[in-house]
Design a protein around this ligand. Structure first.
Ligand code: 1GP
Length: 234
């Protein structure tokens, strides 16, 4: 079978759009997992992303194990911290916060994950993570202590994405922050998409079907929905 990355690359080439539901183990109880898994299957989501900014050590691995008992949908780790990495998942977005200038999230966290990863079978996907100002002081901003790129600074967003591609990232993730008031603006999505040849993930603050379809239409290959799913809007 295809790796997760190959699957995303193929879909992107064919113009097939992918959906990921983000679950934060900090906000979801183990008891809810069976019902939530059913709901995600009904939505025909392609992936379940698992991660959060404040997840306690050890919780993610139990959480993913329980998810695996309830669904076959591939599980991709989207960790806020290296301590969330677990072998129980299928793949790991190996994130570098390219919009930020905090070495902790450019290289330190990545180094800390290596003693675990070098003995693991997880698929590791180099991902350039770019924060766009979503109009809220999101957890990513608080935790990373970085400044997001302004929604109208399309040139900077594009150059950051291209630099990420040149650095060897296999995916670019445009993030407005979980619970963002303003999702990534559509022109920014389309300009970034036009300028990269690797698949594009978009997430943060997408609350309606219309916003989802627009993100796809303007160039997102994969859209991530967390908060709106938790609030039963999807
Ligand atoms: C956050 O992009 C994801 O990392 C999803 O954001 O919770 O706003 O859907 P939401």
């Amino acid at each position: 079978t295809d790796s997760i990355l190959a699957y995303i690359q193929k879909a992107s080439k064919k113009g097939e759009k992918l959906l990921a539901i983000l679950l934060d183990p900090d906000k979801t109880t183990f008891e809810e997992i069976p019902v939530i898994s059913k709901k995600i299957e009904t939505l025909k989501a392609n992936f379940i992303f698992v991660g959060g900014s404040f997840v306690e050590k050890g919780v993610t691995s139990v959480f993913v194990k329980k998810l695996k008992e309830n669904t076959q949908i591939p599980i991709v780790l989207f960790p806020g911290d290296y301590s969330q990495v677990t072998n129980k998942a299928d793949a790991l977005l190996f994130l570098s916060l390219l919009s930020g200038r905090n070495p902790e999230y450019l290289i330190e966290q990545q180094i800390k994950s290596v003693p675990f990863l070098k003995n693991s079978t997880l698929e590791i996907i180099p991902t350039g993570y770019i924060l766009i100002d979503g109009g809220t002081n999101s957890s990513v901003l608080k935790v990373s202590k970085t400044t997001p790129i302004a929604q109208n600074n399309i040139d900077l967003a594009v150059s950051t994405a291209i630099a990420g591609m040149y650095k060897g990232k296999q995916l670019i993730y445009l993030e407005a922050g979980s619970g963002a008031k303003i999702p990534v603006n559509l022109d920014l999505i389309s300009e970034v998409k036009k300028n990269i040849t690797i698949p594009l993930i978009v997430g943060g603050g997408i609350k309606t079907k219309e916003q989802l379809n627009n993100a796809f239409k303007y160039g997102a290959d994969l859209v991530v929905i967390g908060t709106a799913f938790e609030q039963n809007n999807f």
